[in-house]
Design a protein around this ligand. Sequence first.
Ligand code: PLP
Length: 391
Amino acid sequence: MTTHPQLENSIDIEEQYQVATYKKFPFVIERGGDVWVYTTSGERYLDLYGGHAVVSTGHSHPRIVKAIAEQAERLIFYSNLVYNDARARAAKKLVETAPEPLTKAFFVNSGTEANENAMKIARMLTGRTKIISFEGGFHGRTPGSVSATGLPKYRQNVRPLLDGHVYAQFGNIESLEGLIDEDAAAVILEPIQSMGGVRMAEPEFYSALRKLCDDWGAMLIYDEVQTGMGRTGEFYFAGRNGVVPDMVSVAKGIASGVPMGAVLMTDVIAREIKSGDLGTTFGGGPLACAALEATVDVIRDEGLLENVRENSKYLFAELRKMVKLVEEVRGLGFLVGIKFPSGTAKSVQQGLLERKIVTGLSDDPDVLRLLPPLTLRRPEIDFFLDALAGV
Ligand SMILES: Cc1ncc(COP(=O)(O)O)c(C=O)c1O
């Protein structure tokens, strides 16, 4: 491995010229391949964080690279004012991954934008204002999404928050019953609360949600920015427990790291949206669309949903054997929360980093998160389990 000392000072340069909004890992990533990333000082790390659940098909998958390169040579960008072959293929591909009756897509560029648009559509079409979300949920940083975010930490310095947002208790249907009424435009939730500590509700909660929304004429929105595009071992959480929401927000992994988001919705909703109601310059750009198309193809052709199901079963079972170290293992597929005795997740993360493994924290100081590429396989899982046992 060659080293590039001149790039080492990227740390100093970023610190000097970038706003310090993140506490960063103390190394410079120069390149990646599959589930590995490589630093400028020649070290290799196992990436169980996946660039925050983004690198769905692994780092720089050759088919994604080829698709992007070929598209860039033909056409990097044109706006939504013209038809484009890459956008056409991407829209069809994305819709084909979604359960019926989610048959239409609106492309944007990020998770927060997908949520903003989903909530806007709900308010616009119902003529109502109230949005019900859940304590512990995270939906993004822009005004509407942060107002729906149920983790107070993210809302505290945002003034003013948007009107009309109320928060129910996740997993508690009575708490939702107390808030839903004839002014409820939508109920929005992360079906698995990731940032909140990888919390999942009982199956009956999701079906009760669907019924309550139907009874009151409110739209049900799943924020699948993390759970979407295969992370749970299916393309979406939507469809699980027999529940399909009216809209699904997706982003993160849908284009393997090229910025892209989308709102998937029913035909009934799409038909009510008029020309000019929604808009975006970059959403649905050809480059991102080419990356999305290749991402779906790779997930299907390489059997990555099956891989997630099979290897997560192994990972969960092995973690649950570590009874002295691990208190609880939560989540689904490759969205994994490992609960350690009080407040120790950060020191476990540090110990793993020393053993050349990157993992994520959450807003629960006891919970370490794993959000690896969907390509993670058993030898790397064993490498992680050995490292964890040694921490
Ligand atoms: C569940 C969920 N929704 C929305 C967002 C916001 O996505 P973005 O950062 O792309 O705006 C995130 C980001 O972490 C997320 O985890």
